[in-house]
Design a protein around this ligand. Structure first.
Ligand code: BEZ
Length: 328
């Protein structure tokens, strides 16, 4: 007996294929990730790596939708979304997260690191892991860090000695070590979102910017402020976090696969930033930035008092400082 004619067989086959692809879409889970940088910035590329890793390790059952450039809200709002579980993943500046977990300020103690390699190595020390673990208290699971390079100074007029910064308005973050550090070198720290910096340099609302090379190149601030003093005064990491509310509801195998996707993405970023920092410097120079030499000895003297203040104030910062020194 003939069960199927050719047409009905093809119809059934079509239905099976449709069913399979529908079940793929029904089961695929999209996690939302927010961050503040443009798509050309390394943090966005790390987010893309996390998405690739997650898709590869789950046969496409989980993926990541990335919202760059604060499109879904500023970092404060994104952190609230994470606490509510409506945003799953985030790459947030240390500056913002340190307002909630003060020990993270250990990362920006001025002149703590001589090189980016030292900073990358420090991500795995005990104190750095303890800082991430403390983010639990703020509704986030801290998994890894991401770097954007060492910070330097870009300015409209050349800075060749630290006194050139006296009373100059320098864009930075408005709190903690950032504020203390720029006050210690007699500059006038000025808070401003990254998105307003270019315009403020043009209108002289700002004289200078505390910036890393990745942000510098991706936002081309040397078009408004051509002088680049390579101070290497600190590095400026981000933390890569998962919403605790979302994470706590996952089964163990999903937790593992998600954490691994982030760790592997971060690992890629740690290697990439070392190469990118050199490439970004060359790009900035080729694009018109003028590098100025600056004697850093008085900067380093001023750094000491700021470092001691924070080391005395927070035992985890003290541990971090100690562990970084021991690894040198
Ligand atoms: C900044 O605000 O300076 C910044 C933010 C994200 C990445 C790099 C720099």
């Amino acid at each position: 007996m003939k069960l199927f004619n050719k047409k009905s067989f093809l119809n059934r086959l079509g239905l099976i294929c449709l069913g399979l692809s529908l079940s793929f879409f029904v089961h695929a889970e999209t996690l939302k990730l927010g961050h503040v940088t443009p798509e050309a910035h390394l943090w966005h590329k790390i987010a893309q790596k996390i998405d690739e890793n997650l898709q590869a390790n789950t046969n496409g059952e989980m993926n990541v939708a990335i919202s760059p450039l604060s499109k879904i809200g500023d970092e404060g709002q994104m952190i609230q979304m994470m606490q509510a579980g409506s945003l799953h993943l985030g790459i947030f500046t240390l500056a913002e997260v340190a307002n909630r977990e003060a020990s993270l300020q250990g990362w920006v103690l001025p002149f703590l690191f001589d090189t980016l390699d030292e900073a990358v190595a420090a991500t795995q020390n005990e104190a750095a892991r303890a800082m991430l673990a403390k983010l639990d208290n703020n509704g986030m699971v801290g998994v890894e860090y991401a770097f954007a390079g060492m910070r330097h100074i870009i300015s409209g007029n050349a800075i060749t000695e630290p006194t050139d910064l006296n009373n100059k308005k320098i864009r930075t973050y408005p709190s903690g070590v950032f504020k203390d550090w720029w006050n210690a070198v007699n500059a006038a720290p000025t808070a401003m979102p990254l998105s307003e910096v270019a315009q403020s340099l043009t209108t002289n609302l700002l004289d200078a910017v505390d910036i890393d090379l990745d942000a510098l190149v991706s936002m081309k601030f040397y078009q408004q402020a051509p002088y680049l003093a390579l101070t290497n005064h600190y590095t400026f990491p981000a933390v890569i976090v998962i919403s605790k509310k979302y994470f706590d509801g996952l089964d163990e195998s999903k937790k593992e696969v998600l954490v691994k996707a982030i760790r592997d993405g971060a690992e890629w970023g740690y290697k990439e930033i070392i190469v990118a920092d050199e490439r970004n410097l060359q790009t900035a120079i080729d694009d018109g930035a003028t590098v100025t030499e600056i004697d850093l000895s008085s900067f380093k003297e001023a750094a000491e008092a700021v470092t001691q203040k924070y080391v005395k104030q927070d035992s985890l910062i003290a541990d971090f400082y100690e562990q970084v020194q021991q690894a040198k």
